[in-house]
Design a protein around this ligand. Structure first.
Ligand SMILES: C[S@@+](CC[C@H](N)C(=O)[O-])C[C@H]1O[C@@H](n2cnc3c(N)ncnc32)[C@H](O)[C@@H]1O
Length: 197
């Protein structure tokens, strides 16, 4: 399976400095109790686990190509008594085939920059949503990488791969019937866009 470019799972020590309250971030993006969720490129669950607490009792499908990260996610979920997260190993470009049901909320965090054929990917996401489902994209801002530092160390994808909010909006809207419904500043270094039909 092909991995998206520059989409390694960050270590949770510095990731926690960027995202001290991931559940609050998800609520800001509109995630609600009872939403069926797909986190696309979930890694080991930094967002999927808080999403499961919010969505409970609905299921959060944590989709990733990396089975070892998903095994870590399963172990964290068991330790934390979270029973409504289901890990799905597969290529996100086949999302509708990977999920057993449409979802109300699809989240793509920190991976859109690495997807080459964004149009095909967006079409797959749109096909996996319920009629009134939402698609939330969280991206690093398109600032130079040397300016997005944590403890003095540059973090995030290479500058050349970063996408502005406008470029992300165009990529989603040109490929689907989804339209921008909400834009959120997610300091220090991110933004979030939420799309719906
Ligand atoms: C930068 S990490 C972000 C993890 C998590 N979303 C977060 O923000 O903490 C991106 C994840 O996307 C996954 N990934 C890369 N290519 C993928 C693909 N084609 N299909 C599904 N997941 C993929 C990687 O394995 C990695 O876990």
């Amino acid at each position: 399976m092909d991995r998206f470019q520059n989409t390694g799972q960050p270590d949770w020590d510095w990731w926690g400095r960027v995202w001290p309250t991931p559940g609050a971030t998800l609520r800001r993006l509109g995630l609600r109790h009872g939403d069926r969720v797909a986190e696309i490129g979930s890694g080991n669950g930094y967002f999927a686990l808080p999403a499961a607490r919010i969505a409970d009792p609905a299921t959060v499908y944590a989709v990733d190509v990396d089975g070892s990260l998903l095994a870590e996610l399963d172990a964290f979920a068991a330790d934390q008594g979270i029973g409504n997260v289901t890990t799905v190993e597969g290529d996100a470009r086949a999302l509708p085939d990977l999920l057993p049901e449409p979802v109300d909320f699809a989240l793509l965090a920190n991976a859109f920059h690495g997807i080459e054929d964004r149009a095909a990917f967006v079409e797959a996401v749109a096909a996996a949503l319920t009629v009134d489902g939402r698609f939330a994209v969280v991206n690093w801002r398109d600032s130079p990488r040397e300016e997005t530092t944590i403890d003095g160390e540059p973090r995030g994808p290479p500058t050349a791969l970063r996408l502005s909010p406008e470029a992300t909006r165009r990529a989603v809207e040109d490929a689907s019937a989804l339209r921008l419904a909400q834009e959120a500043d997610l300091p220090p270094y991110h933004y979030g866009l939420v799309f719906e039909r």
